[in-house]
Write a protein that binds this ligand. Structure first.
Ligand SMILES: Nc1ncnc2c1ncn2[C@@H]1O[C@H](COP(=O)(O)OP(=O)(O)OP(=O)(O)O)[C@@H](O)[C@H]1O
Length: 226
């Protein structure tokens, strides 16, 4: 039987902020193409868990493997290689406000080793099309609505064809209608094969777009029964 290795697996992991344990003995895995919601109250550890998985917070105890990289032993110099295979989307859009959409995306391609200008231009056109933002190519971020900016951020996260997107409250700053469009976009991206791990408070969206749910509660991560 064909079995593929999970793209995220975390075992016996203790997640710390400074010297305080935020999450104890975390164990789960995420398979290729899965969609997973991560829920839990403010301060329950969702962001800390995501940060650990994209190697922004040191994993002091336990093991994690993300798209083939062992997180607990990952050298700082190897982080860019991990980051090329994953995409990260936050609540605050974090675009360069002094560059237009095209330049924002170009910056990422340059920073991740692309050199062929024609291929870069084509890839940017492709991801902007995928998120419905092709007409905004030459606009400055301040000329876009919050939802449009978030689409550009998602396009940026897709540039290197990540195997998984980590999204931390990606609709946290958006009104409900726009949030729904953004979650729909994540679902389309997921259907095209990219796994998604999304921290959210938005229970309406979870009801509308049912998927696997994990919950941070009382210092542990639990699988939530549907
Ligand atoms: N940089 C930091 N230094 C010290 N403690 C931190 C830091 N970041 C978060 N914490 C603490 O770690 C705990 C978990 O926070 P975390 O941000 O992971 O929770 P969260 O579930 O993502 O919350 P929210 O929904 O508000 O984003 C909280 O008690 C928080 O105060």
């Amino acid at each position: 039987m064909f079995t593929s290795e999970p793209i995220v697996s975390i075992q016996n992991a203790f997640i710390y902020q400074k010297d305080r344990i935020v999450l104890n003995d975390v164990n789960f895995s995420i398979n290729k193409g899965e969609f997973v919601f991560l829920i839990g109250r403010t301060g329950s550890g969702k962001s800390s868990l995501l940060k650990t998985l994209y190697a922004d917070l040191w994993l002091q105890q336990g093991k994690a493997k993300v798209v083939g990289y062992e997180i607990e032993t990952l050298k700082i110099s190897d982080r860019p290689y991990l980051r090329r295979k994953i995409g990260v989307v936050f609540q605050d859009f974090q675009l360069f406000m002094d560059r237009n959409v095209y330049e924002n995306l170009l910056w990422v391609l340059e920073a991740t080793g692309w050199t062929d200008r024609a291929k870069m231009k084509a890839r940017i056109a492709e991801v902007l099309m995928q998120v419905g933002m092709a007409p905004a190519r030459d606009k400055m971020p301040h000329q876009l609505s919050g939802g449009e900016q978030q689409r550009v951020v998602i396009a940026r996260a897709l540039l290197n064809e990540p195997q998984i997107l980590f999204a931390d409250e990606p609709t946290g700053n958006l009104d409900p209608e726009v949030s729904e469009q953004i979650i729909k976009l994540f679902h389309e991206i997921n259907k095209a094969g990219t796994a998604i791990l999304m921290a959210t408070h938005d229970f309406d969206m979870i009801r509308k777009f049912p998927a696997r749910i994990m919950k941070c509660e009382n210092g542990v991560v639990l699988e939530e029964k549907a």
